[in-house]
Structures are given as C-alpha cells and as structure tokens.
Design a protein around this ligand. Structure first.
Ligand code: IVH
Length: 718
C-alpha cells in the first residue's frame, strides 16, 4: 500500500486575506459548536478527537492573525457546551477548564520557552515539570467538606456541570471520606472517570446481547454509564477514577504538583502510577515516547500526556489564558489511520440551506472502532481545493469508488486524509456536486466566493424549514416537551406546523378541525392534552432563549445571551434592530443603533451584520410579530458586576515593576477588563509605570484616569 501522501488537509492560515479568514472563522466556529453539542450533551461525537483538535488549532491560528475575531462566543473562549438535561446544575467554584495542545517536540519546547519568558527565568533555569498520562475519560469535580464527599459534578461547559453525586458514590475509587493529614475544611478534587478496555468490551457484548446501547469506545461508555438517571445502572458498571487536579482548596496541603499528587494518594485516591517528575525537556519527551510505546498495552485508553509546571506558586503566576492554563499543556499522540473504500457521496441539507457532502465508507476498523462515515466539508474540499483556493491533499480530488486513507484518534467519524490513486477504478468520474437542492429542487448557489453551496428555497425547502423548526424547539431554545425532532418532522409533513407560530396556534386550530389530533394514530386524549400543556408552559420564555430560537446565523447560545443582556427586553431589541436595519446603506451601516450593537463586547462585524440582515428581511419580522402575539418574552436579568474593573478598558504603559506586562494583562482580563494597546476616549484607566511616554500624555490630554501600579492593585483588590 502506498504511504499516504499528506496528512495536512487544510492550507496555511497565513495566506488568507481578512475576508477569507472571516469566513473560515465562521465556518470553523459553527462546525465546532455542532461538534461540542454532540460530544458534551449527547456523548455521540461524529468526528475524531484529532479532527476536532485540528479544527481548534485552525481557529486559533485564524484568531492569532486576526484577534478581533476572538469574541466571547468563540469556541476558543468557551469549553464544551452547557450541561445536558436531566441532572441538577452545579456551579463550579473554580471553572473546569481545558488544556492547550502540542503535537510536536517543537511545540513542547515552545511551551517551556513561553513559561520561562513569562516567569522571566534565567537562561539556564529549567522549571521542574510533572508528566502525566492523559486519560481518555471524562473529568469530574468532587467536593469534600470536612473530609466528607458532599457533591460530585461533571465538567459540563466548564462553569456549570451536572450533579452526579449519587452516581459517583457507587465508584469504588472515589473515597467517601478523606484519610490522612492536612485535610482542608473544603476542597474540590478533580480527575478522570474512565473504564478499562476489557470492561468496555465485556459491557458492549452484554449490551449487544440485550439489544441495548452499544458504545463506540471506553470514553463514551464511561460517560454514558455515569450519567444514568437510575443509579443502580451506574453501580453495575465498572467505572474507575484517577485523581490529578483540584479546584477550590481552602488550605492547600502542598506547594508542588507532585506534592499534591502524593497528598491525593494519601487521602485515599488512586493516582496514576506512571506519573513522573521531569527536570528537562529531554526528560519529558522521553516520557512521551515511553508512554506512547506502552499505550497499546495499557489497560485503559490515553490520548496523550499532560505536562504541568511543578511549582504551584508558578502555576498561579502563570494563570490562565481564555480557556486553558498557561502552566500545563497536553502533548497528543498522532492520529490512527486505515484504508477503505469510499462507496458513495451523500448530500445533506442543513438549517441554513448549506449542502454538506458526507462520505459513506466500507466499514473499517480503526484503532478498534468501526467507522463508516466521514464529512467531506464542501464542494471544493472534494475537488482537492482548500477554503482559500489553494490545493489540499496535493490537489487530488475524491471520487465515488476511491480507496481512501481515513484517520481518527479516539472517536467515531474520520477525516479523509488522502486518496490512493493507484487503486482508483478506471470508471471513476470526478464527483459532480449537485446544483439543485436534493430536498426541494431549488437552485443551489455559491454566493461571491463562499465555499458553501446553499439552497435558495429558504421558505419552501422542507430541509430548511424542518431544520429551522427543530432548532426552534431544541433544548437551548423553546425546549418543548413532547415536541422533538420526530414530531416536528411529522407535523411538518402533514402541514400542521410549517412555521414557529403554528406551534402556538395548534390547539386553537385543532379545536376547529374535523380531524382531531386526539383521534390520530399514536395520539390520544392524554398525549394531546400533555402536548398542548407543554406548549402553553413555554408561552413565557426567557429573552436569550427566544433570540437563540430565531435561528439567526451566527447567533448561538453565547451571542444570544450577550444580546439579551445588552438590550434587556424583546421590545428594546426589536426596536434597536429595526433601527439598525433602516441604517443599512451602500456605505455600510452608520446608524447609531448599529454602532451600539457592534460595540457590545463579544459581538463583531459578522454577528452584527447577520442580526441586522435578519431584520432587513420583512418576512422574518412578520413571523416575529406573529410569535409575539402568542407568547410573552421575559426581560433579561442585568449582568452581575463581577469585579470593580469588569467591562472597563485599561491600558498599561511604561515599565512596570510589580508584575510583568503579560501578568498584568492576564489578571486584568481575568477580572473582566479589556486591555487595549492605545489610549482613546473609550479608555477607562491608564496604568502608568516608570518612564511612561506618549500614552500617558495622551491620557492626560483626554482626561482619562491615570493610576500608579499601587493604585491599580488597590482598585482590583476592591
Ligand atoms: S489537568 C486546567 N491532567 O484532559 C486543566 N487533565 O484536555 C486541568 N485529562 O478536561 C486538567 N488526563 O478531562 C489533566 N492527567 C491529566 C489528565 C487530564 C486527562 C483530561 C481532562 C481535561 C482534559 C483537557
């Protein structure tokens, strides 16, 4: 078999123009949002971890070039998705964040260099590093008060998880009481719930025999087993736990990572026996290779190793940047590959009309998991062209009948990384991407230089209408009990619900109809009554859910919350957006309403434009108004003031003596302030160190408050 030519699927971000980068960012953000939901809420990922990491690295690269895209709703600023339904929510006192990734020795060296620069260590000073296997399970936070386990929570979106206390009490590796010395009065101890490979195989065999859920891999199986509403099911599953971290910790029992691991073991936890304390980059890389070689023979899945700076005072100084700590990094293993035949290309139509090609593969086992689908992203991707017009896969196109190399790292759907040209059937023809929508037959077009081909039949296309309706009733939107995807599909095809408003007029129409819902097959008096009651229960809805439900492009849950908080009420939002829509002209949008929208921290041009465009379309406003006659939208809560500087814009200038520039910036951002590089009328504070020059002068000229370092510290300490 010829070696795969290239595993690099997408072209260099450095070559993108700003407009291309914007589009690429949006595509990546939307794709990641969808994957997050599948991974965190449904335990049913459809791409491999490696493919997901690739998306994240790419969006990070785009944001590194164009930092203005890194809005608060960027997937780089959030972890995962909100918790799934069914368990009570738990607010983590200290957020459960994620880890940055390194894929090469160079990136590990860069990590260490970065740490040393940040801490201003001498050239020959090497921080000790703890190297740990990266367990492929799901993280858990355990709260102990006076040594007793009081609460266990999943990570959820990093800030709010699910209360799984009763389930966790059934895991033998999790102590109910802490042993040993130095037990803090309150602490959150963290680690990974996982399942042994052999236990996973045995469980799957049993599940298959009972015609029950079969899991894709040990990680999904651990997640599915933990999050059971019936605790006795969790108890019957062989879950295990490794402790490796902590959140809130009232009195910390050690000063180093390795000291803390020792303390965790003394307290009664299982700590991974392979963990090592390393003294040099060579040491950590040797650890990585040793663990990589041992990987297949380990009893549990790992997907890399984690390096952590040993000294906890240094960890604290290093702090976090957006979603991950500066003091740790995950060094991932290379993805696994296999060769198979691509039998057929199917086209799916999404809610926004995007035509997405999907590869149907001859099932193949990659790293112990059977894979049979791969996303092909878009028309150009199939042709061997990247989003910026440059070749990918050495410009080789993908055809039905091709033998392809697919890649995954730990999950379900792989990437197509290359085509084995020697095996291409003589009869294979270049794939003709459809120019009509497979769902409604409308023209499917590519606007300007968009990579996505879209169906133009927004109002008549059943794929879009159904998807829009599904979105409208989805969990983070109206979340109507008994009105899920299946029912929406059915009601749509029967013509009973074709727009969101129809949901709320269903009961009235049913009262007048000859053919009553209650008389239909699959329905009855009780289920009809329940459905109407569930719909009525949602006639009062929170503003952010309502905005999210509208299905405006680029307005996910995060942006919906930003908009809700900013405008406070549906009337204010509607009025402002109509004003902004009126201001739209050939010279761009200069209306005050648009500027106000665009000035919301976290809302950039792309989102602002999409929201305004939604209101420019009068059909949307008609539907919105019809909806507002049926329901009541509750005003949004005002944002909580989190720190004395949250929402303020700060500029640091001159040479600082109390902290490095990076530290000052990190602390300010952690407290919710925006750190700017230049002084303007919008600046709230200029913190001036020694020898401050033109920025200080500018601040004085504009009358901006100027603080010394000590005054700044006084301010942030409250
Ligand atoms: S430390 C602040 N150590 O990897 C980050 N995480 O990609 C603290 N994981 O959510 C995490 N083994 O679920 C850490 N030895 C280890 C780990 C580990 C597995 C998981 C964990 C985390 C994810 C981050």
């Amino acid at each position: 078999m010829p070696k795969p030519k290239s595993t690099k699927v997408l072209p260099d971000v450095a070559t993108l123009t700003k407009a291309q980068a914007k589009r690429e960012w949006t595509r990546l953000a939307l794709e990641m949002e969808a994957h997050n939901e599948r991974y965190y809420q449904k335990d049913a990922p459809t791409i491999s971890d490696a493919a997901y990491d690739e998306l994240r690295r790419r969006i990070e690269a785009v944001e590194a070039r164009f930092p203005e895209f890194a809005t608060t709703d960027s997937p780089t600023q959030t972890v995962g998705a909100a918790p799934a339904r069914g368990f009570a929510k738990v607010q983590h006192v200290v957020p459960m964040l994620s880890l940055g990734n390194a894929f090469s020795d160079e990136e590990v060296q860069e990590f260490v260099d970065r740490v040393r620069r940040f801490l201003r260590l001498d050239a020959d000073e090497m921080p000790a590093i703890v190297a740990e296997p990266k367990i492929d399970g799901l993280s858990l936070s355990l709260r102990y008060e006076n040594g007793e386990l009081v609460r266990a929570a999943t990570r959820g979106d990093g800030f709010t998880g699910e209360d799984v206390t009763e389930n966790v009490r059934t895991i033998k590796d999790v102590p109910h009481h802490l042993k040993g010395r130095n037990i803090p009065s309150a602490c959150e101890l963290r680690g990974e719930v996982y399942m042994l490979k052999k236990d996973f195989l045995a469980l799957n065999k049993k599940q298959a025999e009972a015609d029950d859920t079969v899991f894709a891999n040990p990680r999904n199986s651990a997640a599915g087993s933990l999050r059971q509403k019936d605790v006795s099911i969790t108890a019957s599953r062989p879950l295990k736990f490794f402790a490796y971290a902590w959140g809130e910790m009232v009195e910390r029992p050690a000063d180093t990572q390795h000291g803390m691991l020792k303390w965790l073991a003394d307290a009664g936890f299982v700590v991974n026996p392979l963990i090592e304390l390393c003294k040099s980059v060579e040491d950590v890389l040797a650890f990585y290779r040793r663990i990589g070689d041992a990987r297949a023979s380990l009893d549990y899945d790992i997907d890399g190793v984690v390096y952590k700076i040993d000294r906890l005072d240094w960890q604290e100084r290093l702090g976090f940047v957006s979603r991950s700590p500066r003091w740790a990094i995950a060094h991932k293993f290379a993805a696994e590959q296999a060769t198979t035949v691509l039998e057929k290309i199917d086209i799916q139509v999404g809610r926004t009309g995007a035509l997405t090609p999907v590869a149907r593969l001859t099932p193949v086992t990659v790293g112990g998991v059977v894979v049979q689908n791969a996303t092909l992203h878009n028309e150009d991707y199939i042709k061997g062209i990247g989003n910026d017009g440059l070749p990918i896969r050495d410009g080789v196109d993908i055809r039905e009948g091709d033998t392809v190399v697919v890649q995954r790292a730990g999950d379900v759907i792989p990437q197509v990384v290359s085509v084995v040209l020697d095996k291409r059937p003589r009869t294979a023809k270049p794939y003709a991407f459809p120019h009509t929508c497979p769902a409604c037959g409308s023209h499917a077009v590519r606007e300007n230089d968009e990579v996505v081909r879209r169906c133009t039949g927004a109002l008549i296309c059943p794929a879009q209408a159904v998807e829009r309706l599904k979105h409208f009733v989805s969990r983070l939107a109206f979340d109507i009990e008994g009105l899920g995807e299946k029912q929406i599909q059915q009601f749509y095809h029967e013509g009973l619900i074709t727009t969101p408003v129809d949901i709320f007029t269903l009961q009235r129409r049913d009262a007048e109809a000859e053919q009553k819902l209650a008389n239909r097959e699959g329905y009855g008096e009780v289920s009809t009554r329940n459905l109407f009651a569930a719909i009525d229960a949602r006639r009062r809805i929170e503003l952010h859910r309502f905005i999210f439900a509208l299905g405006i492009r680029h307005v996910g849950e995060g942006n919906a919350k930003l908009l809700a908080r900013h405008y406070g009420s549906i009337d204010a939002f509607r009025e402002a957006m109509l004003a902004a829509a009126v201001g739209l002209s050939d010279d761009g949008n200069t209306s005050e309403a648009y500027q106000d929208l665009n000035n919301i921290a976290g809302i950039g041009d792309i989102v602002a434009d999409a929201v305004v465009e939604f209101f420019v379309e009068s059909r949307n406003v008609t539907v919105l108004d019809a909806l507002l006659r049926e329901i009541e939208v509750l005003p949004a809560e005002k944002p909580r003031q989190t720190s004395p500087v949250s929402g303020k814009t700060v500029v640091f200038t001159g040479s600082l003596t109390k902290f490095t520039r990076d530290e000052a910036k990190a602390v300010a951002e952690r407290l919710g302030a925006k750190v700017a590089g230049s002084v303007s009328k919008k600046t709230d504070y200029v913190v001036a160190g020694e020898d401050a020059g033109s920025k200080l002068a500018k601040a004085r000229e504009l009358g901006v408050a100027v603080l010394t370092e000590d005054e700044w510290l006084g301010l942030i300490e409250g």
